[in-house]
Write a new protein. Structure first.
Length: 117
């Protein structure tokens, strides 16, 4: 069973920055893709950023130019650097990994980001 553990959330003022981390329990190169999603109460979970082992990274239009996804293969960890945070970025942020064995992929439990004065 794959475990994904997110960290780095918290309270930040508008315009501020946070870096989220997602540590995987196995080699992240074994995954077809990894991504960050976010969800606010009453709304569907939405994609924030995702990379595939084919080398491409995609971002939601709402975060382009502000968020950057990266990874450290040696640490089996992916990151989401969030700059220029806005109140509408407030959400629980989840990490997801997909391989060839799990139809629905693997999810972490999430980390809460609150952007407020």
């Amino acid at each position: 069973q794959v475990q994904l553990v997110e960290s780095g959330g918290g309270l930040v003022q508008p315009g501020g920055s946070l870096r989220l981390s997602c540590a995987a329990s196995r080699n992240i190169l074994s995954f077809v893709s990894m991504g960050w999603y976010r969800q606010v109460p009453g709304k569907e979970r939405e994609l924030v950023a995702m990379y595939t082992n084919g080398g491409s990274t995609i971002y939601a239009d709402s975060v382009k130019g502000r968020f950057t996804m990266s990874r450290d293969n040696a640490k089996n960890t992916v990151y989401l650097q969030m700059n220029g945070l806005k109140p509408e970025d407030t959400a629980v942020y989840f990490c997801k990994a997909v391989d060839g064995y799990s139809v629905s992929g693997y999810w972490g439990k999430g980390t809460l980001v609150i952007v407020s004065e």
